[in-house]
Design a protein around this ligand. Structure first.
Ligand code: ADP
Length: 393
């Protein structure tokens, strides 16, 4: 099955075409356009490029949509999905309008090709109310004010892959089929995984038996860990307080929280951890603080989720910050021997992907699993389309 993954930004369109065959996937082509003003034109151009390269067959198009309120999961992207994206655009203004436009354009251009939306919130469908509710008035909850969770595509892949690497094919199979069949009963020992997606945007997810049970993310991706330039957790009183004290409008305060906060706001250096680390190594105190605050927050959530899960069989690291910075993994894992987690310094320095970085006496495995979110979208899209072919409704 050939699946086109469409990655839509507010002014960009990138695509990858995969051939999926059972468990294996092959990248056939990729391309992209910047400064897009007309999605129809660039989608036509992309189809032209693919056809010219001999890739005429597209069996499905997959989209990594962010937030659709109550509409979530991995599902066929019909017009109700387009509407849900527009209805929740206030919380994901950079992502939802381009995805709604992109899905509509594919519907118009390739009406016979199924479109699949894999929501970033999908993995959190089964998080219990105690873990996803904020303690706000009922009317706020009814207006959609709750934790949704994000980076679901990445964390779900970590659930699948960690179970495979730990030899738990039962849990891995259940995790692979989660969006088709819902959570499966685990008849074996529990599998408790804490997954750290640390990149431009970061989150920690607690996973029991292949299903997310808690997330550091909240109503929007501006929560949890300090992000590259977005604030993480923030006391709700801080926003009106800063507006009064600094004379900010709500729009300006929101802009500063979304663009001038996080690692950039703390360090004053930039939003890329490489630059912040270099400055910290030169003795810059604010850069050192940004790193310490990031590590503190990661450990804060690991600790919380360790307790909620009743233990941790594997600590998983993924995405740019996790995969490329042994010093950060070391800082996160420091002094946890009392919990049964010990990093092997040599294995950590070598960091071969998908190998265990834990010391011999560690009860918790430590894995670095490379992120590949386009591939996750392609796989989930193919699973859904294949399931409908087998069992048309
Ligand atoms: P996103 O896809 O969310 O933009 P990534 O997963 O690519 O983010 O992560 C970006 C972060 O990863 C940056 O803070 C950057 O410092 C870090 N990073 C990426 N590559 C490297 C590298 N080779 N060495 C150190 N850090 C890296």
């Amino acid at each position: 099955m050939n699946v086109l993954v469409a990655n839509l930004g507010s002014t960009s369109f990138k695509y990858r075409l995969y051939a999926l065959d059972g468990g294996s996937a092959r990248l056939l082509a990729r391309g992209g356009f910047e400064r897009v003003t007309d999605y129809g034109a660039v989608i036509d151009q992309a189809m032209g490029e693919l056809a010219a390269a001999g890739h005429k067959q597209i069996d499905a198009v997959g989209f990594k949509t962010v937030l659709g309120g109550d509409i979530t999961g991995c599902l066929f992207a019909d017009e109700s999905v387009e509407k849900a994206l527009l209805d929740t655009a206030d919380l994901a203004p950079a992502h939802n309008p381009p995805y709604a436009a992109g899905i509509r354009t594919f519907r118009e251009r390739l009406p016979a090709v199924p479109r699949v939306a894999l929501f970033e919130t999908a993995f959190y469908q089964w998080v219990a109310p105690a873990a996803h509710r904020y303690a706000v008035p009922e009317a706020w909850y009814k207006a959609g004010i709750r934790r949704y969770g994000f980076h679901g595509a990445s964390h779900k892949f970590m659930a699948e892959r960690s179970a495979e690497l730990l030899g738990r094919e039962d849990i891995a199979a259940a995790a692979r089929n989660l969006y088709l069949h819902g959570p499966a009963k685990n008849t074996g020992a529990p599998l408790r995984v804490i997954s750290c997606h640390l990149g431009g945007s970061s989150s920690v997810t607690a996973i029991r038996d292949g299903v997310a049970v808690a997330t550091s993310m909240g109503l929007s991706p501006q929560s949890g860990l300090p992000q590259n330039n977005r604030v993480g957790d923030l006391d709700s009183a801080a926003l009106p307080c800063a507006m009064r004290r600094l004379g900010l409008t709500v729009e300006e305060a929101e802009r500063q929280l979304a663009k001038e906060s996080g690692l950039l706001g703390l360090s004053g250096v930039g939003n890329d951890l490489r630059d912040i680390k270099a400055a910290a190594d030169r003795g810059d105190a604010r850069a050192r603080l940004a790193i310490d605050a990031l590590v503190y927050s990661i450990r804060h959530y690991i600790g919380a989720f360790w307790v909620q899960l009743g233990g941790c069989d594997a600590l998983v690291f993924t995405a740019g910050i996790s995969e490329n910075n042994p010093w950060l993994r070391e800082a996160v894992c420091e002094n946890l021997a009392a919990l049964g987690l010990e990093l092997d310094p040599a294995a950590n320095a070598a960091a071969a992907p998908e190998t265990d970085l834990a010391g011999k006496t560690s009860r918790t495995k430590i894995l670095v699993i490379p992120a590949n979110e386009e591939l996750v979208v392609a796989r989930e899209t193919a699973r859904l389309v294949a399931a409908r072919r087998t069992n048309p409704k």
